[in-house]
Write a protein that binds this ligand. Structure first.
Ligand SMILES: [Zn+2]
Length: 450
């Protein structure tokens, strides 16, 4: 009668049958439900503080119950003798990574422009489930989706939470708030198509923009994303300057905050970033043309910068590579903006770091294949951060920027058991983050390579 009495070992769920060695099925579910003990050779529980050697993590009901020095057995910890002991004594163990800027339901590629008119929400949801799984297996246990069309991303978030499909926890923005014809609107199709596919975030005037924010929250948004300026990949020659007025921006920020949502700005031009900081945005995405003056404003306001450097590296940042790479054949307005961007993301990121701006990790995943997100850590070391600073950007800083630091970003008693491990220390060579061999989210193991 009571399915709680059903032995967990009889469960047959197996998310990873297609990837062979990662099929953990009933054992993983049992570990999540009954708790487990991890023996960690090196443990970086709070990025920013030094790692400790030879540690035991006690996991219960998806959360960290305790961290103890030495390798402690279940018996020594007063746990049932059959509590699972996960051997990571040869590994470097740390909090799951956090990416504050992904587009989980799309992946850029030939013909991706047409998915909007060919794929149903159901098609999108199934693609998104695959991208979510890839992201999780890359070590990212929390992501923030800053723009996915349709409703699939909400269903995906909820299905992951319910344990129906594997993936990271997702904070969802829904449709970006954008001016009519702005970066977050639809471009590049014949007029009938533009008007047949309305976006729910389009607004003009402060009242209209308040309504657009409320609409996203009504749809289930956890965070509000606003395209304050033009963007590089919108198919319009409108540039990358400010597109929403100061009055509209203030109305958006006020409404988002009154509804308990963080509000983040897509902004490229210095003037647009300045307007967003003036309006009180919690964070700025990209910030590509931020100069010294803007960096000072960042520091004064305490806003977070989310620089998204990896996509241009993945493409290649020289004019030849931009012209010949994956964006080959892009319409002239987009190509002109890409060529102007060039090495600017790295130049800007280096300046931001030198001037002490708060930086949190975001990658614009979907512009490059989902699952490769950890390359952003390497970019941060390339622009002058220490390995520890880079790891902080994608853990404690990202959690603080998103307002979820009571739950994730570090491994401390009471917080979620979102844990990754890799064979080598990323503090010695940051490229170790590309070799994640163990992923646990909410106490459940999703990857364990031996
Ligand atoms: Zn984006």
């Amino acid at each position: 009668m009571n399915d709680k009495k059903q032995p967990l070992a009889s469960r047959t769920t197996c998310f990873f049958a297609l990837i062979g060695s990662l099929c953990l099925s009933s054992a993983a579910a049992a570990v999540a439900a009954a708790g487990s003990v991890i023996h960690a050779g090196q443990l970086l529980s709070v990025p920013g503080e030094p790692p400790a050697r030879t540690q035991t993590l006690v996991i219960e009901k998806g959360r960290i119950r305790a961290i103890e020095a030495g390798y402690r057995t279940p018996a020594q910890l007063g746990l049932a003798q059959d509590t699972a002991v996960i051997d990571l004594r040869e590994a470097f163990v740390m909090p799951g990574f956090i990416d504050l800027h992904v587009h989980i339901s799309t992946q850029y590629g030939p013909g991706s422009k047409y998915l909007r008119v060919t794929d149903s929400d159901a098609d999108t949801a199934l693609s998104a489930a695959m991208y979510a799984r890839n992201t999780l297996l890359g070590g990212f246990t929390t992501v923030r989706d800053l723009g996915s069309s349709g409703n699939a991303v909400f269903a995906l978030r909820d299905a992951i939470k319910a344990g129906k499909v594997p993936g990271p926890k997702i904070l969802v923005a829904g449709d970006p708030i954008s001016a009519t014809g702005g970066h977050g609107d639809i471009h590049g199709y014949r007029r009938e198509v533009l008007y047949a596919l309305p976006k729910t975030g389009i607004c003009d005037g402060p009242d209209s923009c308040r309504a657009a924010v409320r609409r996203q929250v009504k749809r289930g948004a956890d965070v509000i994303k606003v395209t304050v300026t033009g963007g590089v990949l919108s198919e319009t020659a409108a540039g990358t300057g400010q597109q929403l007025t100061d009055a509209e921006l203030s109305a958006i920020v006020e409404t988002a905050h009154s509804l308990g949502r963080k509000v983040t700005a897509h902004a490229h031009s210095a003037g647009g970033i300045e307007a967003a900081l003036r309006a009180g945005f919690d964070s700025i995405e990209h910030a590509m043309w931020a100069d010294k003056n803007i960096m000072r404003l960042f520091k004064k306001s305490g806003a977070w910068m989310i620089p998204t450097i990896y996509p241009i590296t993945a493409v290649g940042d020289t004019p030849e590579k931009i012209r010949q790479g994956p964006f080959r054949g892009m319409p002239p307005p987009i190509m002109a903006k890409l060529l102007r961007l060039g090495k600017q993301p790295k130049v800007m990121g280096r300046l931001a770091h030198e001037m002490g701006v708060n930086i949190a990790l975001g990658t614009d995943a979907g512009l490059y294949p989902h699952g490769d997100n950890a390359n952003e850590f390497i970019e941060y070391v390339n622009i002058g951060m220490s390995a520890m600073e880079a790891l902080m950007a994608g853990t404690v800083n990202a959690a603080a920027a998103a307002g979820i630091d009571a739950e994730v970003g570090s491994l401390q008693p009471g917080k979620a058991a979102d844990i990754v491990a890799m064979p080598a220390s990323p503090l010695e060579d940051i490229r170790a983050v590309l070799e994640v061999t163990f992923v646990m989210r909410d106490g459940e193991i999703f990857k364990q390579e031996r």
